[in-house]
Design a protein around this ligand. Structure first.
Ligand SMILES: N[C@@H](CCC(=O)N[C@@H](CS)C(=O)NCC(=O)O)C(=O)O
Length: 194
């Protein structure tokens, strides 16, 4: 299998960290979605990364679906409760962290076009702030959830260093300080200047 993703994609990074923690080999094919490479469009008509191409040529898209597939490859994994309320709450943590990324990407693509203010953008900032506060209360609920949270926080550092999520949520700062030093986080951190 191989993962189509860019080095900066936080959704891709979530999966690369998850795979490492699960002990799975997940080769990365560096793919820049905005270039619309043929390999990506063939894999995902939405033109988005990440996309997982399996050995039989079939494709799985959307990072929560890919994460579920990776987790299913390792029976007995301890990163996500397999059933019950804790399972659904861990997936909700993933959805909230992904929602922060979705909001940040709206802000990022608008900023690239020179649009840095407006009703819709203000709404994204407020969503990010609210979701961060909720996620601070979910730390420790699951290993996978913690990965998702820390990846989202580090993406804010990469693209929006002016957002003081550490000051507003010291528990998130502690989580990032801890997970950020683990080999999988270090190995997948976007290169400087990316
Ligand atoms: N819900 C998707 C979001 C993926 C996504 O938005 N990826 C961005 C890059 S980080 C992308 O490929 N954007 C290109 C585009 O929207 O055309 C997931 O979780 O995989």
């Amino acid at each position: 299998m191989k993962l189509l993703a860019s080095l900066t994609s936080p959704y891709g990074r979530k999966l690369r960290i998850l795979a490492a923690e699960l002990g799975l080999d997940l080769p990365l094919v560096e793919t820049t979605p905005l270039d619309d490479p043929a390999v990506l469009l063939a894999a995902n008509p939405l033109g988005k990364v990440p996309a997982l191409v399996l050995d039989d040529g079939s494709v799985i898209v959307d990072s929560p679906v890919i994460a579920a597939w990776l987790l299913a490859q390792v029976p007995g994994q301890a990163l996500l409760p397999i059933a019950g309320p804790a399972h659904w709450q861990a997936l909700t943590t993933e959805a909230l962290a992904d929602g922060i990324l979705d909001a940040a990407i709206v802000l990022r693509f608008n900023a690239v076009q020179g649009v840095t203010s407006g009703l819709w953008l203000d709404r994204q900032y407020r969503a990010i702030d609210r979701a961060l506060a909720v996620l601070a209360g979910r730390i420790g609920d699951s290993g996978f959830g913690d990965i998702c949270i820390a990846v989202a926080c580090e993406y804010l550092d990469l693209r929006f260093p002016q957002i003081d999520w550490r000051g507003a949520n010291p528990a998130l700062a502690d989580l990032q300080a801890h997970l950020g030093e683990t080999p999988a986080f270090i190995a997948t951190r976007p290169p400087a200047g990316a």
